[in-house]
Design a protein around this ligand. Structure first.
Ligand code: B3K
Ligand code: ZN
Length: 878
């Protein structure tokens, strides 16, 4: 384990390497305990670099057994091995030369799951961000692009399958029970996109013909016996490939595209060139074991990794500070894909919910950082919702600002100009400036300035002048390292509605900064006057969530109810409902005995009764803001128990008022016949689940949920009933028996058992800690598997506010003990779970102090990985 404190890397310090890497030849002799890696690298000195400049190669936990330059062993005095790399001196002053390096690594001892490791007997790799240096000494940075040839030798019986990037050149028998295969990837790539898989796996295959006529073999590798469960992923892959051709003009560029599903993986998936490696959770699905959410995630992640082929692989990042260049853009592309495949409005609401639940707190807390950070200690801690989801929103705002034609032309220009390069955010933005003629200098603050802008909205109607004045003020709170903030360019879509909810024409002075329905807020304070209005209009602002901002606006319940009931923009309807519900929920949870606003109940029930609405939308609209949403709205001094009590009371009040409507919905939203994962059926199931939740709240008994559990014929209905039962009546015999039935039925399927862990880890209340502790010793739990760790410990930490924030602080101590324990094996997973404590300063003082003490204990523990120490120090400081 690396126990050093790690060095801070700064964007300002970027400079290119002294040596240009031209070609890479790798040979692997695979062995679980001692894999031999022979690497031949062809370099030449970059123009202008001093002839005696040494060559630096990164390395981590490697054992060097041979080193030669141009076939001559390097004498000892001409190289130095350090714990983090290798320096070679005395290299040729000009021309190309070959460095040959042999290292020995132990895949089976690799518990960090970075570099080459073993999972269920299969060799596999994860190199992004800096795992390649755990395979061989190498210039492990994304701006070093080269063409790779890879030969893999392994035991034939245990590893009949030998895969790497690119196209397979050939292979054969080595005689001694071993065999080999050679792969060549013609596309220059950085080493983080390198991949190797060797093992014994099943496969499903389908042909795909690209729009220019290239035949591509699509292959998805899974554990033997699981092949049928990869069919949906294959379907999603084909749809993604076609969509990327149709919408972005991006065509696939090799003869083969492979996906390998593995069961031990630190994150969701990895876009290695031609050989994506996936957490099997995001590949395997069938109606009996996967929920609608699982299907939607598989579709999105398959698309995301595939889309990286152009945004990430063909055009990669100059350095890791530019991570959003590939991640934010690719998330934007996968969001657009899902919107086209499903319901655009529902997808948008889901995106906003996710952004507000995950990214807004990050941007408001000690881990806040710009979409393009300025420095890092551990790059793996920057694969955040800010880089990904806010990065996607920034791309979306560019599309809004420049309009669809200039956006399309800008993307085309980006692909044409930077193909084969390692690019920067500036390169990307310049393309849209050129195609639109718009100056995006101020807009670019979205990349460099952290924090969510808060926009204060004030309005005034002048009946005599028939004008409606909109006064906006923007501010961004200080974030770590950034105390002063400049005014940003914020695109706000808006409408003025009449009393029937119809949009009125937007008539403004010629010099007003508004194009179509997009208002450009660029000043700290800005005022716009709308003219020619016969009555006071109702303002609907930030429609479609055109900018990732927080609005501070006081609209009356009647205005919100009008928007919630009649806006044509469904996102705006959903947002207005949330705003309508929030005051009651907040007041009740800070001690006031507020009963829900009758207008809220009336509006919700009108939505429940409106069968013209998409059911997926109604399901979202009828779901009250979560406990975490309420905590965020309150901001400081939050008491999770009081919040839960308030939310449950509101739920019950709505349920009582609408019991018969919910009863009807429960019946009419049934989806008879065999399960299909399409969006429409999923929407019906979601709405039926919401109805069941209200009905259960109205009854106050576990009966309906227990019946739904017994009747369920698919995993979506089954797991929803299980969660409802277990969360609402945790100690009932019905809950216990449902948990037992579930475990017996799915005990042989770890991915499904994760749902069983999640259901229990998220039971509200202080007793869940003991339950989670007991489950750590359950035979179905496995400490070495990241999915198990996340489903039990991760969900307890992230998704159980009343459990984690037990008033006695015991859950904080538990979490810190677990993080320390996980950190010894897998620092990345440990650091990720730790981020669940980032908002500790918002807790009421007693809980806050206990959380702080636990964090301080973690910070002073040794050994501590660079990953965990970076996060804990920032959480405590910020
Ligand atoms: N690029 C990978 C994430 C790598 C994370 C490294 N710690 C998957 C993705 O975003 O598509
Ligand atoms: Zn990605």
């Amino acid at each position: 384990m690396r126990t050093d404190t790690g060095q801070t890397v700064s964007l300002a310090d970027y400079r290119p390497t002294d040596f240009v890497l031209e070609r890479v030849d790798l040979t692997f002799e695979l062995d679980p305990a001692a894999t031999k890696v022979e690497s031949r690298l062809i370099f030449h000195r970059r123009d202008g670099v001093s002839p005696d400049a040494p060559l630096w190669l990164d390395g981590d936990e490697l054992s060097l057994t041979a080193l030669a330059v141009d076939q001559t062993p390097v004498p000892e005095h001409a190289y130095t091995v350090q714990s983090n790399g290798l320096t070679i001196t005395g290299l040729p002053g000009s021309g190309a030369f070959e460095v040959m390096i042999t290292t020995i690594i132990a895949p089976q001892a690799n518990t960090k799951l970075m570099g080459l490791y073993r999972t269920s007997g299969v060799y596999c790799t994860q190199c992004e961000a800096d795992g390649f240096r755990r395979i061989t000494y190498f210039p492990d940075r994304p701006d070093v692009l080269a063409v790779y040839t890879v030969t893999i030798m392994a035991d034939k019986a245990t590893a009949p399958l030998l895969l790497s990037n690119g196209n397979r050149l050939g292979g054969g028998d080595l005689g001694d029970g071993r065999h080999f295969a050679t792969w060549f990837d013609p596309h220059p790539k950085p080493c983080y996109l390198f991949a190797l898989v060797a093992g014994d796996l099943g496969v499903i295959e389908e042909p795909f013909v690209t729009r220019s006529g290239r035949n591509v073999a699509l292959k998805i590798y899974v554990e033997h016996g699981k092949e049928p469960r990869a069919a949906y992923a294959m379907d999603a892959l084909k749809r993604s490939m076609r969509w990327d051709e149709d919408v972005f003009g991006c065509e696939y560029d090799l003869d083969i595209f492979m996906i390998v599903a593995v069961s031990d993986f630190n994150m969701g998936a990895m876009e290695n060139k031609g050989l994506n490696i996936f957490n099997d959770k995001y590949v395997l699905a069938d109606p009996e074991t996967a929920t609608d959410t699982d299907y939607a995630l598989i579709e999105a992640i398959i698309a995301h990794e595939y889309f990286h082929n152009w945004t990430g692989n063909r055009i990669t990042c100059r350095d890791w500070f530019q991570l959003c260049l590939k991640e934010g853009l690719t998330v934007y592309r996968d969001h657009e894909f899902s919107a086209d495949q499903r319901s655009r409005a529902v997808k948008r609401i889901a995106e906003v919910r996710h952004l507000k639940a995950e990214q807004f707190p990050e941007d408001a807390g000690p881990l806040a950082h710009p979409v393009r950070p300025q420095q890092y200690r551990e790059i793996n801690n920057f694969y955040t919702t800010t880089v990904y989801e806010k990065g996607s929103e920034v791309t979306r705002m560019i599309a809004t600002l420049v309009g669809p034609e200039a956006f399309k032309a800008g993307m085309d220009l980006y692909f044409a100009r930077h193909d084969g390069q390692a690019a920067t955010v500036e390169d990307f933005v310049a393309c849209f400036e050129e195609t639109s003629g718009r100056d995006l200098t101020q807009f670019s603050l979205w990349y460099s300035q952290a924090g969510t802008p808060h926009i204060t909205v004030e309005t005034n109607f002048d009946a005599d002048a028939r004008t409606f004045t909109l006064s906006l003020a923007q501010a961004v709170k200080p974030t770590p390292g950034q105390s002063e903030k400049a005014a940003m360019h914020i695109p706000l879509r808006l409408a003025l509605l009449n009393a029937h909810g119809e949009s009125l024409p937007l008539k403004v002075a010629a010099d007003a900064d508004i194009t179509g329905d997009v208002l450009h807020l660029t000043e700290t304070k800005q005022r716009i006057v709308f003219e020619n209005l016969s009555g006071s209009p109702i303002l609907s602002i930030n429609r479609g969530f055109s900018a990732p901002v927080t609005l501070i606006q006081s609209q009356s319940p009647a205005e919100l109810a009008l928007i919630a009931g009649h806006e044509t923009d469904l996102y705006a309807r959903w947002q207005a409902l949330t705003d309508l519900a929030m005051p009651t929920l907040m007041a009740a949870s800070t001690g006031d005995t507020a009963s829900p606003d009758p207008l809220l109940i009336e509006t919700l029930l009108a939505i429940a009764a409106d069968d013209a609405l998409e059911s997926a939308f109604s399901a979202l609209a009828l779901t009250l803001p979560s406990e975490a949403d309420i905590a965020r709205a309150i901001g400081a001094n939050t008491d999770p128990d009081a919040i839960r009590t308030a939310r449950q009371a509101t739920l019950k009040a709505v349920a009582n008022a609408g019991a018969s409507l919910f009863d009807d919905l429960f019946t009419t939203m049934a989806t008879p016949g065999p399960f299909t994962p399409d969006a429409q059926s999923a929407g019906k199931r979601a709405l039926r689940a919401v109805a069941l939740t209200y009905l259960t709240a109205a009854d106050g008994t576990p009966d309906r949920a227990a019946q739904a559990f017994a009747d369920a014929n698919n995993m979506t209905d089954l797991s929803q009933a299980l969660n409802l039962l277990v969360h609402t009546f945790p100690n009932s015999s019905e809950a216990k028996s449902a948990l037992d039935t579930f475990a017996t039925r799915f005990g042989d399927n770890p991915l499904v058992i994760d749902k069983w862990f999640v259901a229990q880890a998220t039971i509200p209340g202080p007793d869940t800690l003991a339950r989670v502790q007991a489950l750590l010793n359950h035979p179905l739990f496995n400490r070495n598997n990241p999915n198990r760790l996340r489903s039990l410990i991760g969900t307890f930490a992230f998704s159980n506010p009343t459990g984690l924030h037990r008033a006695d602080g015991k859950a904080y101590d538990f979490l810190v003990d677990q993080i320390l324990e996980i950190d010894r094996r897998n620092p990345q997973v440990a650091a990720r779970i730790l981020t669940s404590l980032r908002s500790w300063r918002q807790l009421e003082p007693v809980r806050g102090q206990k959380a702080q003490a636990a964090l301080a204990r973690l910070a002073s523990a040794r050994p501590l990985s660079n990953d965990v120490s970076d996060i804990v120090e920032r959480i405590l400081e910020g």
